[in-house]
Write a protein that binds this ligand. Structure first.
Ligand code: G16
Length: 543
């Protein structure tokens, strides 16, 4: 009872603006920071209930990831470090939108429906990114947890994947690792050193990587980790937050969508570079050639590099494990073609959002999942991990098989299996390139991307667009899919789809075709169709 009184009292300090309605999106709630105080308090309450229900530690990360500095958001983390289970997303939306005087009733409804034992202890881990608004918003989360009598541990400034990692470490009683930032650095850097030892001698240039930190938390964390990596890697960190604005003309989303270099980075032709996003859960690589042309290696190329490496190791180890790659509709057609026809791996397509990819990847012994935007990781089933460990410790195994098993073991350790992690992915990619003696240009040449373009269209209500077939076809509004089909027919090797974003108030348009001109023209024509048929607002999209 006392807790409910406290909830009422505290809730008055975090009031909901009457009439404001927000939806739990692709990765939690996300909008202008000034609309989020009550959401954060209420997500503190929800995380406490979820902890009581699961009898495990739950995470709450305050971040708006790739969105502009003015926005903020919140991601909830389930016991194994994965995204909040979808059945609880509805509770999150209910709690977020219930008016002030109804809050207690909504809370009690959830407790009743889920039969939550309120005497059960609750533990919530909280982290935040570097946005100005994140300090007060994470305090609102802590207030919510405390109001319901939960215990909290405030990790302060951490990357999103670091918080996911902490939650998993805690709930596996340390089996996954130590639930500290130092423990994370130690585990990943140890595995990186073990892998990098297998590389032949490399020059300082070959060990060098330029990192665009998006002026966010990733820059701070990669700097903290640098001393652990020095022997095998030399880092230059740009956009470290000392001057520029978060995600502004930099970071993984900017580089991927604009297909150009971020501002604030100084590189020479051929230099290997990567960009993180605002909370360091995405990474893309790139370089410029001697002509000054920009070359992007996105999530699809990363998935290809990693799955090729793993497949080769499985062959060398003589292990018969089923490996698959999970992508979304944004995956470049060339990547899917290469994976299916040349590499002969199973490819699955899911809706956008790591929660969907993660679940699909869990169906295989080894599931490599990456969104084209650079968000991804690799999942190993318990059975696969066991077979690899057994082989690595088998005294009768020959040297080649043992070496492959040892590399697989360290690959497992370097990967943050809870969620896409820019730092962990970067270390794995650097290790693979080093072991294979591969330059970024060689990696890029594995296959050629089909030219593509992504655009955004503003409409009065993006929910008028409903999709099916893993977001590849629009069901509503009437006539939109037919219009897209007609436009696509005009171009060679063309494909296009539209979907409402779950993190920004826009409709996203994707198009690919045989030439950049065609991809650009198709994307523009489809944008016009969206604008005309789905209630476009503001100026008509320009070519
Ligand atoms: C989040 C999700 C990603 C998704 C991205 C864009 O990333 O975790 O899975 O691809 O949003 O989603 P949408 O197209 O629906 O806006 P992040 O890095 O922004 O948290």
């Amino acid at each position: 009872m006392a807790h409910f009184e406290e909830v009422c009292k505290q809730s008055d300090l975090h009031p909901k603006p009457a009439g404001l309605v927000l939806q739990y999106g692709t990765a939690g709630f996300r909008t202008s920071a000034n609309k989020l105080d009550h959401i954060m308090f209420r997500m503190g309450l929800l995380a406490t209930l979820r902890s009581k229900k699961t009898k495990a530690t739950i995470g709450v990360m305050v971040t708006a990831s790739h969105n502009p500095e003015e926005d903020n958001g919140v991601k909830l983390i389930d016991p194994m470090g994965e995204m909040l289970t979808s059945s609880w997303e509805d509770y999150a939306t209910q709690l977020a939108n219930t008016e002030q005087n109804e809050l207690l009733k909504t809370l009690k409804d959830i407790i009743e429906k889920e039969a939550i034992d309120m005497s059960q202890e609750a533990n919530v881990y909280v982290g935040k990114d570097t946005r100005r608004s994140s300090a007060s918003l994470s305090q609102a989360v802590l207030d919510g947890v405390k109001a319901l009598g939960g215990h909290c541990k405030d990790y302060g400034l951490v990357t999103t994947p670091q918080l996911h990692y902490m939650v998993c470490c805690q709930n596996t009683q340390g089996k996954y690792g130590e639930a500290t930032v130092e423990g994370y650095y130690h585990k990943l850097s140890q595995a990186f050193s073990q892998l990098a030892k297998n590389a032949s001698n490399r020059t300082d240039d070959q060990k060098h990587l330029s990192v665009d930190g998006a002026n966010g938390i990733g820059a701070i964390k990669v700097r903290e980790m640098e001393s652990h990596l020095r022997k095998h890697m030399q880092l230059s960190v740009f956009n470290d937050g000392s001057r520029g604005k978060l995600n502004h003309q930099c970071g993984a989303d900017f580089v991927k969508v604009q297909q150009k270099l971020p501002t604030g980075i100084k590189i020479n032709p051929g230099d290997r570079c990567c960009s993180f996003d605002g909370d360091a859960d995405r990474i893309v690589y790139y370089y410029t050639d001697s002509q000054g042309d920009f070359h992007l290696l996105d999530g699809d190329k990363i998935a290809t590099l990693i799955s090729t490496f793993l497949k080769e190791l499985l062959n060398e180890a003589g292990l018969d494990l089923k490996i698959a790659v999970v992508q979304t509709a944004y995956a470049n057609g060339s990547s899917t073609h290469y994976l299916e026809n040349t590499m002969k791996v199973i490819v699955k397509c899911t809706k956008t959002g790591v929660k969907h990819l993660h679940h699909a990847a869990q169906e295989f012994d080894i599931g490599v999942y990456f969104e084209a935007n650079g968000h991804g990781t690799v999942l190993f089933s318990d059975g696969a991990e066991e077979k690899i460990q057994q082989l690595a410790s088998d005294t009768n195994t020959n040297d080649e098989r043992k070496k492959a098993a040892f590399l697989l073991q360290n690959t497992i350790n370097i990967i943050n299996q809870t969620v896409g992690d820019a730092i962990s992915d970067m270390l794995l990619i650097e290790a693979i390139l080093a072991i294979k003696g591969m330059s970024v240009q060689h990696w890029d040449a594995i296959y050629s991307d089909l030219p593509n373009r992504q655009l955004k269209v503003k409409v009065s209500d993006r929910r008028v667009i409903d999709t099916t077939d893993a977001e590849r076809r629009a069901v509503t509004p009437a006539g939109l899919q037919e219009a897209i089909d007609d436009l696509v027919k005009k171009y060679e090797k063309a494909r296009s789809f539209v979907r409402p974003s779950g993190t920004e108030d826009v409709v996203r348009v994707y198009a690919e075709a045989d030439t950049q001109e065609s991809a650009d023209a198709l994307a523009h024509e489809v944008s016009l169709a969206v604008y005309g048929l789905a209630g476009g607002v503001g100026d008509e999209p320009k070519p």
